[in-house]
Design a protein around this ligand. Structure first.
Ligand code: HEM
Length: 459
């Protein structure tokens, strides 16, 4: 199986720690400073957040591939308005509603595991996107074909790969020479145009429904296109914002679920601990047994600890997109000139704990495990911090709790815990799943059917 560049890169990033708490990289005309410890990330990204939140100019990944509109790498003057409206995604009251949608989407995930266990990785993507599609667009994925899902996933993966892949982003000045002297342009422009087409295909039906007053509650209907919210962007910007949220959320959740599976096949003892705790709360005899649900969140802190450990052990975002400094900064005994970019190195940060190479969720059990961003940099930081970390927490929590409760899993061949093959539409590593028992199977079927009936009744 091919080893992807992201897996190789992740292997190298940890070694940066040997050079100290920061590593300076000169990449073309850009200077990147990798932040290799929690302490420096805290000092620079949190404590100096006012001046460390710009994104550098990226003519390829930001310009041609994203038409200057993907929120995660937009420069501040265009980004703040989108960020203002995205804050609604973090609000406590909407999270409760999302929790019940996530529970219902997870039933579809469990059913797919029963029906077609070989395609477990594809079910992860559908589930992750389903949750986001409901939250952002207000619809479910039932009418989307596998080809549409593949196109969407492909566009997301290509965008991520475009980050730091073109040398032109490290020499942004080259973007200023006449276009006919830029032989690379066509390749990236084609990619960006293809991505836009995918976005339009996903956006237009929802936009039309909102305009016709037929749409269900969603981020698009209630925030982006709701006149009371006074969003100042145009329709194109609204489309990029909505679809970017779905892409960022869907793909990171998918990758985190895949990594969780890898962590469990490699660490059956931790799987057994989690299952024993789930059994205690949800029952083991057929009379009293029920599926875990969001109501068990407080009683099962080990599941949140698993999430934090998965994201430390093999971070889904090894390098957080660069945070550019907008003013000169003196921090501790270092001087940084305006214009340098700070890059949170999650691989090295993850190695700054005792016995870092050992997978052990219990290291997070200190009463703060249900706050995913406490003492953790998987979601970035400062004003650019991931707007979806609470949604991600719930989506991962319910899926992980239910998968551990209902399914057995073993490796189905050779695997390497450092080769996660995230950039693939095929099975990333070999795993065999089976339902834990007929009773567990029946629990899933009954709950999934009840959900279908409920949705039919709600129209
Ligand atoms: C395990 C899952 C996830 C991980 C590891 C993750 C990680 C990240 C990281 C590292 C950033 C950049 C932060 C920075 O620059 O400091 C980010 C930004 C972002 N994330 Fe997430 N994320 C996850 C899930 C989600 C979900 C579920 C959503 C959707 C609700 C989401 C939406 C976004 C958006 C829209 C941005 C850009 C924010 C902005 O432009 O201000 N993410 N995420």
């Amino acid at each position: 199986m091919a080893t992807y560049i992201t897996d190789i890169l992740a292997g190298k990033l940890g070694s940066m720690l040997q050079y100290g708490e920061m590593t300076t990289l000169h990449l073309g005309s850009q200077t990147w400073i990798l932040l290799n410890t929690k302490e420096v990330a805290e000092a620079i990204i949190h404590k100096n957040g006012r001046i460390t939140n710009e994104r550098p100019e990226m003519p390829i990944a930001g310009g041609l591939v994203s038409h200057d509109k993907r929120t995660v790498i937009r420069q501040t003057k265009h980004w703040t308005e989108g960020r203002r409206v995205m804050h609604h995604l973090l609000s406590g009251s909407v999270l409760k509603t999302y929790g019940s949608w996530q529970e219902s989407a997870s039933l579809q995930l469990l059913s797919s595991y029963l029906d077609d266990p070989e395609r477990w990785f594809a079910h992860h993507f559908r589930y992750s996107l389903d949750v986001l599609y409901r939250v952002v667009m207000g619809d479910d994925l039932i009418n989307k074909t596998q080809a549409e899902l593949d196109d969407f996933q492909q566009a997301g993966m290509e965008f991520v790969r475009s980050l730091a892949q073109s040398m032109i982003d490290f020499f942004p000045i080259l973007d200023k020479i006449p276009a006919f002297m830029q032989p690379w342009r066509l390749y990236w422009k084609d990619m960006g145009d293809r991505h836009r087409k995918v976005m339009v295909d996903w956006w237009q039906p929802v936009y039309a429904q909102v305009q016709a007053g037929m749409a269900g509650p969603s981020f698009v209907r209630d925030t982006l296109l709701n006149p009371d919210m006074k969003y100042k962007g145009n329709e194109e910007e609204a489309m990029y914002l909505a679809v970017s949220v779905m892409t960022a959320g869907g793909d990171n959740t998918r990758m985190s679920l895949n990594t969780f599976i890898m962590s469990m096949i490699d660490n059956p003892a931790h799987f057994a601990i989690a299952r024993a705790q789930l059994d205690k709360v949800c029952g083991v005899s057929s009379q009293s047994m029920r599926l875990p649900g969001m109501q068990d969140f407080e009683q099962l802190p080990y599941i949140s600890a698993i999430i934090k450990e998965v994201l430390r052990w093999r971070p889904t975002v090894p390098l957080v997109p660069p945070h550019q400094l907008t003013e000169d900064l003196q921090c501790k005994h270092y001087f940084f000139p305006a214009g340098v970019s700070f890059v949170i190195n999650n691989v090295a940060i993850g190695q700054g704990v005792p016995e870092w190479d050992t997978y052990d969720p219990a290291r997070w059990l200190d009463g703060t495990e249900s706050n995913l961003i406490y003492n953790h940099w998987a979601f970035g930081g400062g004003r650019r911090i991931c707007v979806g970390y609470r949604i991600a927490h719930q989506a991962l929590w319910i899926a992980i709790a239910r998968l551990i409760f209902c399914f057995d899993l073993i490796p189905a061949g050779e695997y390497n815990t450092r080769v996660l093959n995230h950039v693939s539409l095929e099975e990333p590593f070999p795993v065999k799943f089976s339902a834990r028992s007929e009773v567990h199977k029946a629990l899933i079927r009954v709950a999934a059917n009840a959900e279908v009936e409920k949705e039919k009744a709600n129209g």
